[in-house]
Design a protein around this ligand. Structure first.
Ligand code: C2E
Ligand code: CA
Ligand code: CA
Length: 393
């Protein structure tokens, strides 16, 4: 494997050569960004080691240059200035589409760098992480799919933090193409939101949920959570849709309504009215993606929320960023001090689960407890789990 390192401190070179040699890599060491750039342009290496503090140009400039020049090479960031700076640089690089394999504090070089190099030479990580391209839909195509009933509810379990018992599920929209391919929400929800199709889409989805209410009954769910986009909240038919859903699920479970983008909508009069109406109908109201730019703390005081859903990025980053973990714990405390339930989503590992119970999260959702599933799979896997618990009791 070929490595290129850019660091204005020449004392780094011998240490780096030693590691690289042990692992059988070839290293080119540059102290000036001009020669570094010239070499990368002529031949891209397998990995770039980039120091953030470089004298004239900074590592942040180099990241921007790599992105601009569309040079797609994985990088490891180095810094002598502590973890916070590395963490921010990692975010900058990621947002520019650069694959960051790791960030290493220079004081921990001996400990942290060799495993990263060894992992990379294992050759398992793909050079470029690109999600598989999903076919793009035109608004007209989406409209037809909605009319022809191709929007389907998928159900993702929500469990009690303490004992992992099933409590409810979030309904996530999927689009089943005539070819049988299932499209995820990001492939059509933003399009629906920007073209006015989100209201008919939501109506179609709610109809499908009501149609399977009987199948859900044996699972004894406490609630089903649905998402309402900000784009629908100021529209008058929305409350009728929610009312119909609550009635349709009356024998089955409560309805939780999750609102996102509350930063944009919290001080709108029609949204206040809708939120109050939803609460009066007996549905619970959750602020979704809490902690991101789209949700605001202000909304907690403006609207009658009873639940906070912490944005999954805080869970994803809890072991990469001490600050993300502290914010996560503080959000749970904030929610509880306001008398709200706190749900954490995106829980993928046992280690994340342990931190979340220790921090007092009430409900959890994530691949660790179950992926979003169609109704058949949801009922099948959950009835099996219910039978096992009943037998054990
Ligand atoms: P959301 O409301 O924050 O939903 C959670 C998303 O996280 C879902 O993505 C879910 O599949 C994904 N997820 C669940 N567990 C994990 C995990 O452990 N790790 C990771 N990395 N991801 C996990 P999905 O289904 O693709 O939905 C994306 C977004 O699209 C949703 O984010 C929601 O904002 C929107 N959406 C989905 N269905 C609807 C809908 O019926 N109506 C509206 N208005 N928006 C919807
Ligand atoms: Ca949601
Ligand atoms: Ca979310």
């Amino acid at each position: 494997m070929k490595l290129i390192c850019l660091d204005d401190d020449p004392r780094m070179e011998p240490a780096l050569r030693r590691f690289a040699k042990q692992l059988g890599h070839e290293v080119q060491f540059h102290t000036a960004s001009a020669t570094f750039k010239a070499q990368i342009k002529c031949q891209a290496p397998d990995l770039v080691l980039l120091d953030l503090s470089l004298g004239q140009e900074s590592g942040i400039d180099i990241i921007a240059w790599l992105a601009e020049a569309q040079i797609q090479v994985p990088i490891v960031l180095l810094s002598g200035q502590g973890d916070d700076l590395l963490d921010t640089a990692r975010r900058i690089a990621k947002a520019s589409g650069i694959l960051v394999l790791g960030a290493v504090s220079k004081g921990q070089l001996v400990r942290d760098l060799p495993p990263l190099l060894a992992e990379r030479s294992g050759g398992t990580a793909p050079l470029l992480i690109r999600p598989a391209a999903e076919p793009l839909l035109t608004p007209h195509e989406l409209e037809i799919h909605i009319k022809e009933g191709r929007i389907e509810p998928y159900f993702q379990p929500i469990v009690s933090a303490a004992d992992r018992q099933l409590r409810g599920a979030e309904v996530l929209a999927r689009l089943r193409l005539p070819s049988g391919q299932i499209l995820g929400a990001p492939a059509f929800i933003p399009l629906a939101e920007s073209t006015g199709l989100i209201l008919p889409l939501t109506a179609a989805l709610f109809t499908r949920i009501i149609a399977v209410a009987r199948d859900l009954e044996p699972l004894q769910l406490e609630f089903l959570a649905v998402n309402l986009s900000a784009a629908t909240l100021e529209q008058q038919p929305t409350i009728a849709l929610v009312r119909r859903l609550i009635e349709g699920l009356a024998g089955c479970c409560h309805v939780h309504v999750e609102l996102t983008e509350t930063a944009r909508i919290a001080d709108s009069q029609p949204v206040r009215e809708l939120a109050a109406q939803i609460s009066l109908l007996g549905a619970s109201l959750a602020v979704d993606d809490f902690g991101t730019g789209y949700s605001s703390i202000r909304a907690l005081t403006e609207l009658p929320f009873d639940t906070i859903k912490i944005d999954l990025s805080f869970v994803a980053e809890m072991f990469d960023s001490a600050k993300a973990r502290k914010v996560l714990i503080a959000i749970i405390a904030l929610g509880h001090s306001l008398g709200l339930k706190v749900v954490a989503e995106g829980v993928e590992t046992e280690a994340q689960w342990r931190v979340l119970i220790e921090s007092g999260a009430d409900l959890l959702q994530g691949y660790l407890f179950g992926r979003p599933m169609d109704i058949l799979e949801f009922v099948r896997t959950r009835s099996a789990a219910l039978n096992t618990t009943n037998r054990a009791a």
